[in-house]
Design a protein around this ligand. Sequence first.
Ligand code: PMP
Length: 391
Amino acid sequence: MNLFDKFAASASIQKQLESSGLDPTHVVIDQILSATEGIIDGKTTILAGTNNYLGLTFNDACIEAGCHALRHQGTGTTGSRMANGSFDGHVALERELADFYGTRHCMIFSTGYTANLGVLSALLEPGDAVLLDADAHASLYDGCRMSGADVYRFKHNDTASLDKRLRRLGERAQRCLIVTEGMYSILGDCAPLKKMVELKNKYGAYLFVDEAHSLGVFGETGRGVSQALGLDDEIDFIVGTFSKSLGATGGYCVSNHKQLDLFRYASRPYIFTASPSPSVIATTRAALRQLIKQPELRENLWKNAHQLYAGLNALNMHLGPDISPVVAVRMTDNESALAGWKKLIDQGVYTNMIVPPASPDGSSFLRCSVSAAHTPKQIEKIILAFSRING
Ligand code: PMP
């Protein structure tokens, strides 16, 4: 055995993917034409798997803000805030996010991934307990693991399973964090937050919700599933990302717990990485303003979500349980997912191929995420392309 023998399995996956002609994990979008179209392999392609929920990546105000920041503040921060200091935009964005959520505290991170790592590893330590939804994102697993806390999984969205585990913890429930997502990223289903809040109150535990895919999508002002269910005040920590509805990169955590500010001294993924560059902060701030002042983006998004879900449902595709901007088609196995993905790309439709270990319950999916920027005609084309993948 040498160091590289363990890559034999990856090499065989790579070979299988390459044999399809175009490897879904190595797609190059040669040209980005808009929030919903690009050129792949010489062909104009509808981008139906971007997480660009509000379509803000080409918003004029966001682009202007980014260009202005580049000119006036340079290309990067070249270090972490703890070592190099904060730029005014970092502080302003934290204040604006706290105002948006109506919380007292906010902390931003360089990515959504490091936000989860940074919050979980600072909050938890060996001896603490985490109850983690089995289908939670890899960054939540990694953050829990990094903390050294005892991690117990409960069945996906199953509050009876959560209740059982909380009961088993006994007094330790008071040192327990329940970790869930708002809307789940693969099937677009939502956590039963109301019941989860009831349980956390019953046992004196704490609740952490990753709203990465729910920001800008759910709730009266777009704060996420917590807001849609009227539960914002009950959630101890809400984490989110700039990389989906806000069209940039970065992450954040908001909370009313004053200790969040102390995480700055304890969170290695906050301390030991460069802070977001000024242009990223500027476009994110502009996107947040658009999210707030253009509720019609959310309305369009949902119109498109309903159109896509209804169209694929009419084709008897095996879809997730809830209608949402994430619409995933369950395929019978990896091979049919790869063949289907290829037939879609051949017809000018880009989707996400999701196979184990990235998928829940070991299944394979062709996942679409719709955008407010898709036109009804584009959605029709996506549905038509799906109608041709079997056979
Ligand atoms: N949480 C969830 C639920 C996600 O789906 C993702 C990314 N897909 C992240 C966190 C990480 O976000 P980012 O890509 O901004 O690092």
